[in-house]
Design a protein around this ligand. Structure first.
Ligand code: SF4
Ligand code: SF4
Length: 375
């Protein structure tokens, strides 16, 4: 009987994976826009050691930013070609709350039928700003917190940052006006051993969900930053996530982004197998009007600029690398890999690494023995 039960579980898993692969082919064919990131600014009020963006503490990039009117015009056009009720506008930075006008764009988007939200370091999320976001119809919010007090403040290079974020989280828990709220933790060598205390802190505050994202090599978090995880640390991150998902009832934990972790881990660390929707369901309008897949991908993959070409045209006719061309630009080792159909070379943000030569295979990182820092 046990043998038969195991076979039916295996058959169910095989069926699920077949449907998953077929669904990916449909996404390439239909590329239904679901997440539209707007990188409202590159300006930031912090200079975090692990930041993967090109953000600045000065105003040197301000002149290139899109005005609210330009974004509203673009959103109105997008809403006439795509069903806005199926699209989330995610406003990011830099630090989006630096701009006082994101509520105007968000409220306009909500009026068209988009859901809208922000990802923020919460340093400016005081009582007044939260009320303003609420009044503008904000529906999703993701807050960055990267460890207990010492680790968070060290990574953010700002004493008192942890306290400010924790106060904002408490406010969000006390007034759940949004549809979705979670905390994102960027996992690096500085906090890999402090995830337990972070999880306890968030659960005590009443935060519903923690998303763990491994640091990757881009921007300040370059390969020489000392922040990249070793193979052993990746394995510990996977084990921590799997264990927390099984044992915690007070807070949900999930591992997001990165690549395909293989059959042993995929179903234990997240709800669905790894899928990189960059360029098939996810697009970004960058601070200067550039258009690409998700905001984490290399700026080598910018498809055009809305100052010259409407977003809807770029989305309809561009994005060949993201959709049908991944095999051609994936690392050579992927060509003969038995996991290709499920993995497709991992997350697109790992393509075209700045130093070109390094391995980006998530599976190889955890299968290699010893401490390799070769991402
Ligand atoms: S070799 Fe490429 S396709 Fe295979 S698991 Fe690694 S990243 Fe994925
Ligand atoms: S490129 Fe990376 S961060 Fe972007 S959607 Fe794909 S896996 Fe996620």
């Amino acid at each position: 009987m046990e043998g038969r039960g195991q076979m039916s579980r295996q058959a169910a898993l095989a069926d699920r994976l077949e449907r998953f692969i077929a669904n990916k082919e449909r996404m390439v064919r239909e590329h239904p826009l679901r997440y539209l990131f707007w990188e409202a600014t590159l300006r930031c009020n912090l200079a975090c050691r692990h930041c993967g963006s090109d953000c600045r503490r000065d105003n040197s990039t301000r002149d290139r930013e899109l005005s609210p009117e330009m974004m509203k015009r673009e959103l109105a056009t997008i809403a006439s070609f795509h069903d806005p009720r199926r699209i989330t506008l995610a406003i990011i930075g830099g630090e989006p709350l630096i701009r006082p006008d994101i509520e105007a764009v968000g409220a306009f988007a909500a009026g068209l039928g988009f859901a809208w939200g922000i990802t923020t370091n919460a340093m400016l999320l005081d009582v007044e700003r939260l009320a303003s976001l609420k009044a503008a119809g904000l529906s999703t919010i993701a807050v960055s917190l990267d460890g207990p007090e010492d680790e968070h403040d060290a990574l953010r290079q700002c004493n008192g940052a942890f306290r400010r974020v924790s106060e904002a989280l408490a406010r969000l828990v006390a007034d759940p006006f949004y549809q979705s709220f979670d905390v994102i933790c960027c996992v690096s060598t500085l906090n890999i051993d402090r995830l337990g205390p972070l999880l306890d802190h968030l659960a005590a505050l009443g935060v519903p969900r923690l998303r763990l994202t491994p640091v990757f090599s881009r921007g300040r978090a370059g390969r020489q930053s000392g922040l990249m995880l070793s193979g052993d640390q990746y394995r510990r991150l996977l084990a921590f996530t799997a264990e927390a998902r099984q044992s915690r009832r007070d807070i949900e934990v999930t591992l997001s982004e990165e690549g395909y972790w293989g059959p042993e881990w995929e179903c234990r660390v997240r709800d669905d197998p790894h899928y990189c929707g960059s360029g098939t369901m996810i697009a970004s309008i960058l601070h200067d009007g550039g258009v690409t897949g998700c905001p984490s991908v290399s700026r080598r993959f910018v498809e055009g600029n809305i100052r010259a070409t409407p977003f809807v045209d770029l989305w309809a006719e561009g994005f060949a690398d993201f959709r049908a061309g991944r095999r051609a630009i994936a690392p050579p080792a992927c060509g003969a890999c038995e996991h290709w159909d499920l993995c497709e070379g991992g997350g697109f943000h790992l393509f075209a690494p700045e130093d070109g030569a390094a391995s980006t295979c998530a599976l190889r990182k955890i299968e290699d023995q010893g401490d390799r820092h070769d991402r």
